[in-house]
Design a protein around this ligand. Structure first.
Ligand SMILES: Cc1ncc(COP(=O)(O)O)c(C=O)c1O
Length: 392
């Protein structure tokens, strides 16, 4: 490693996987004259439900929207508590606040970064209405155990599957026979991406019906087709809803990406193999463990530094990688330390010590289907070069 050479160009943290098929599908949709929610969205909803093995899918404009709709479908609101993880993106908890309920955090398993079912159970009170586990980085939360807790205490299960297209629990895709609702993200960096987008899947007809209606202003079902010959101009507003629906230009991209999942995943795994080989047995680094029940979708590559084994902090480590032209990120800055949550609920970093320690030592390395073995090797070499220079 003495001869590590910094490459000349910047390596971004994430790059979307675009082929001619995506470009053609968008172009065809634009030319079709139907840009809003329409046949391509309906096609995607049908295909995505079939793909995960759920009865129903509602295409929406983000995972955040899906998470919000899931809670609204149960009329969760003021006075209720909803348990989630502090090691997540803001949406998992923001949507709990949006319905007027109180987010209650439960700490994580430090080997995986996943919410710990034992910590969930400690947080259940007679005001708890739901649990929002996050399938962090593409690992599956222990939904068997969490599902049993939900059954025992009569709680709604709203899975945050923003990272979990292709994640499997006991061999089945997340979303296969969901107990409650499962929310996906198709944001630009996700394994299946369409710029911005999301979906709610469920086996429950009533959740589906409510999510459909609330995702489109509260308009009666099928109103997207009110300008078509087979549609009707007449509609009702059943409830004041939201403007959350997916639309056909998004769906055009999502349909192509869904068809390309196998190939895109295969290439992700080639890059993962390079990282796994490079970081085995490096005492200054910790890789994420995969529970036996889980197939990891490898949405993110999570690396943790061992702070006491290095002379630099995590933040300095990131700067060193940037100096080597490697773009990285952090997933996540623990949510309870963000000012909105710290101020509103009086949280201190040490209230969730495992999530805090995880968050403070984590670095997400570039991980995407177009990364390739050569660039992954460069990233791995850059990480090892930093370790070599700064190990104690
Ligand atoms: C864990 C988690 N949940 C929810 C979301 C929200 O997804 P979206 O941007 O599609 O609303 C994200 C975004 O990346 C996320 O990481």
């Amino acid at each position: 490693m003495n001869d590590f050479k910094v490459r000349g160009d910047w390596m971004p943290f994430c790059v979307p996987d675009i082929t001619d098929a995506e470009v053609q599908a968008v172009s065809d949709t634009v030319r079709s004259g139907w840009w809003a929610k329409g046949p391509r969205t309906i096609e995607f909803e049908k295909r995505f439900a079939e793909y995960v093995g759920a009865k129903y899918c509602v295409g929406v404009n983000s995972c955040t929207a899906a998470l919000h709709l899931a809670l609204l479908s149960q009329s969760i609101g003021p006075g209720d508590e909803v348990i989630t993880t502090p090691l997540t993106f803001a949406s998992s908890a923001n949507t709990i606040v949006h319905v007027g309920a109180t987010p209650v955090f439960a700490d994580i398993d430090p080997d995986t970064g996943l919410i710990d079912p034992r910590e969930i159970e400690k947080k259940i009170t007679d005001r708890t209405r739901a649990v929002v586990p996050v399938h962090y980085a593409g690992l599956a939360a222990d939904i068997g155990e969490i599902g049993r807790l939900c059954d025992r205490y009569g709680l709604f299960l709203s899975e945050d599957a923003a990272h979990a297209v292709e994640t499997r629990y006991n061999g089945e895709l997340i979303g296969h026979h969901p107990k409650g609702a499962v929310s996906y993200s198709f944001y630009a960096t996700k394994n299946l991406a369409c710029g911005e987008g999301g979906a709610l899947v469920t086996d429950d007809e009533e959740i589906y019906r409510k999510a459909c209606i609330l995702s489109c202003h509260g308009m009666s079902a099928g109103s997207w087709n009110r300008y078509g010959k087979s549609g009707s101009w007449r509609y009702d507003i059943e409830e004041p809803g939201f403007k959350y629906n997916m639309f056909d230009i998004q769906a055009a991209l999502a349909n192509v990406q869904l068809s390309r999942m196998d190939d895109m995943q295969r290439r992700r795994f080639e890059a993962v193999a390079v990282y796994e080989q490079a970081f085995r047995d490096v005492p200054q680094l910790r890789v994420q463990k995969t529970p036996a029940y889980c197939h990891h979708s490898r949405h993110l590559y999570i690396l943790r530094i061992v702070p006491e084994a290095l002379t630099i902090s995590r933040d300095q480590f990131i700067e060193e990688l940037k100096a080597r032209n490697v773009g990285v990120s952090v997933h996540f800055i623990a949510l309870h330390t963000m000012s909105a949550y710290a101020k509103r609920y009086g949280y201190k970093p040490e209230d969730f010590p495992k999530a805090y320690a995880f968050s403070e030592s984590e670095i997400s390395l570039p991980m995407y289907s177009t990364l390739g073995v050569e660039k992954a090797q460069y990233v791995a070499d850059a990480v090892l070069d930093v370790v070599k220079k700064f190990k104690k």
